[in-house]
Design a protein around this ligand. Structure first.
Ligand SMILES: [Zn+2]
Length: 606
């Protein structure tokens, strides 16, 4: 008697950077063919095969769900439906009762420390620490479930930066999660201290994963939760970190310990999906400019910066955003693309989230993760509608977790595919150095501040979905960095970039940057000037072909590595986000583009 052959299984632990050249195995292709027959999802267009695209690869596009995953909505204790809150507490209501009536409380009540009846403050940093420890202790009683609180470092004021790891892997360290073969989802809350709903929602998600309705998802995914990325700003109800820097514009530069802690966590644990939970301004400058209140429960956007691989965008859209919108709708919650407007009262343009490689959303996209921004309507309205805001985040994040569980096999193929494509582009294909939004016109619904009725506005809409190419160059084989580039090297390595040290003097063919113009300036985003450390150097450059002398102790950053697109964002000097503009690299002569594969003697850094 023989046992039936096991069904083909895809196990796709993330390969080491050095072994990326392999072809997809027959096993992988077979499993793809098997599952293609049962396809129910919207097929993606075939991957373009012209030019230098990688060889035959399994399109991860049209694979059906392997097994049912639990439907996850409306967690926490159900309570009987309640009448709409018609009158908000007078001290807090920034708009009429008619507007407030558009946002009835959900049919569930969430009860984190900060959401208790009668509370006037959100969960404190100490309460969050206790919550995570209590959950971790309770997880110890669940067979096979592993939970741990990770210390990621300290905030500028000395608060602990903490993450909770939940998994059914053999342990909670990075190696154990990678060995599990399951995708890891990283959930980040409250990078902006005055946006509390994401943080409270992540406490709910942590509890439901440990003890509640979301726990079955851990059979298929690992989850890391950072409920509060900016504890100092949260304690002071301020957007920026306590030193004044906006940490959500610091994810490429890593000038703040808060951003560095997240970069290190991402480097070590290699998440496949990253969620960044925020809240957006409801009245304020929108009321001023448009005489309107914002309508949507959730605003959503994935990574939209130069050089995001096409398949990553498709996966973000089809596997994640569309089900997320449907999940919100099923709960009676509305959503739109993320948008904002500048702080200039005369500028009535509406802009989607920006294209600069500085936000968590965009930088995590450059790390080849499905990177999703979720914003609830919450800034400037205190505790008003807080249960509904938390419910929106809980619903949205539960949807992302369920989508990851459903798509686990395809996601296991997606990152290796993308990485192979990036590596095969080295030394030849084009890299976009700078991209911008495309100006369009669109109808946008807001609310009349008195009657609460929908108010349709025709707006100038800067779309990030179609990127405008502003500056492009051939991808180099790598970048040379002078021996004095220690800070830049340290930051790149915090991201997980491979940097080699030159051990024997050598010469390489390359492009040197020659400065043609220079001005001082400040970094800008679609809201206006970024809360930042100060002036940047805005240089214009010409490329001059020549021989680069690489002395012992200087550095080489090869581009045939998975994070090549992040390296380009950091090292092409003539952009506002670059390491040169932000003075992490002192001089234009301190870096150069290496244009043919160099014969170098190098060593790995310790
Ligand atoms: Zn925010």
């Amino acid at each position: 008697m023989t046992l039936p052959a096991p069904a083909p299984q895809i196990t796709a632990p993330r390969p080491a950077a050095a072994v990326h050249g392999h072809k997809p195995s027959a096993f992988l292709l077979l499993s793809l063919l098997v599952t293609l027959g049962a396809c129910t999802s919207v097929p993606l267009p075939p991957w373009p095969t012209q030019g230098s695209a990688p060889g035959p690869v399994p399109a991860p596009a049209t694979v059906a769900v392997a097994a049912p995953v639990p439907a996850v909505v409306a967690v926490a204790q159900p309570v009987p439906p309640r009448p709409a809150v018609l009158v908000a507490p007078a001290a807090e209501a920034p708009y009429s009762a008619a507007v407030a009536a558009r946002f009835p409380a959900p049919s569930v009540i969430y009860n984190t420390p900060g959401l208790q009846e009668g509370r006037s403050s959100f969960s404190s940093n100490a309460e969050i620490q206790t919550w995570l420890r209590d959950l971790t202790a309770s997880a110890a009683g669940v067979p096979g479930l592993k939970a741990a609180v990770l210390n990621m470092g300290q905030s500028q004021r000395g608060e602990a930066l903490e993450a909770m790891v939940l998994s059914r892997a053999a342990g909670t360290d990075a190696a154990a999660l990678l060995a599990s073969g399951r995708p890891t989802v990283l959930l980040i809350g409250q990078q902006h201290g005055d946006e509390p709903a994401g943080s409270e929602a992540l406490l709910v998600i942590a509890r439901e994963l440990t003890q509640g309705l979301l726990r079955p998802l851990l059979d298929r995914v690992n989850v890391i939760i950072v409920p509060r990325a900016n504890p100092d700003g949260s304690a002071d109800n301020k957007r920026a970190t306590i030193g004044g820097l906006d940490m959500n514009r610091d994810h490429l530069l890593l000038n703040t310990p808060e951003a560095r802690a997240l970069a290190k966590l991402t480097r070590d644990y290699h998440p496949t999906v990253v969620v960044d939970a925020h809240e957006y301004t409801v009245v304020g400058r929108f009321l001023q400019k448009f005489d309107a209140v914002q309508k949507y429960d959730a605003l959503l956007q994935y990574a939209t910066t130069a050089n995001i691989p096409e398949f990553l965008t498709k996966a973000s859209e089809e596997w994640f955003r569309r089900p997320l919108v449907a999940a919100l709708k099923a709960q009676g919650l509305s959503s739109e693309w993320y948008y904002t407007t500048s702080t200039d009262p005369l500028d009535k343009k509406i802009s989607m989230g920006g294209t600069q490689p500085d936000t968590g959303r965009n930088v995590n996209g450059l790390k080849n993760t499905v990177s999703l921004l979720i914003e609830t309507r919450g800034v400037g309205i205190g505790r008003l509608h807080i249960q509904r805001r938390v419910h929106t985040h809980v619903t949205a994040i539960s949807s992302v977790l369920a989508s990851t569980a459903q798509r686990a096999p395809e996601l296991g193929q997606l990152q290796p595919y993308i990485e192979k494509e990036i590596i095969s582009s080295t030394c030849k294909n084009e890299a976009v150095v700078e991209a911008g939004q495309t100006l369009t016109q669109q109808e946008l619904l807001m609310l009349d501040p008195v009657t609460g009725a929908d108010k349709a506005l025709r707006v100038e809409w800067n779309s990030a979905l179609t990127l405008r190419k502003i500056k492009a160059r051939v991808r180099p084989c790598g970048y040379w960095l002078s021996a004095s580039s220690k800070i830049a090297v340290e930051r790149l390595r915090l991201h997980g970039v491979q940097v080699l040290r030159v051990t024997e003097p050598s010469s390489m063919l390359g492009d040197i940057y020659r400065e043609t113009a220079r001005a001082a300036g400040v970094r800008q985003d679609v809201r206006g000037t970024i809360a930042d450390a100060g002036q940047i150097v805005k240089a214009e450059v010409a490329l001059v072909r020549g021989v680069i002398d690489a002395p012992t102790g200087s550095y080489y950053v090869p581009l045939n590595q998975p994070l090549a697109n992040l390296v380009i964002a950091a090292l092409e000097p003539d952009t506002q986000s670059s390491y040169f503009a932000n003075q992490l690299i002192e001089s234009l002569t301190g870096s150069a583009r290496v244009m043919s594969e160099p014969a170098l003697k190098t060593e790995e850094l310790p």
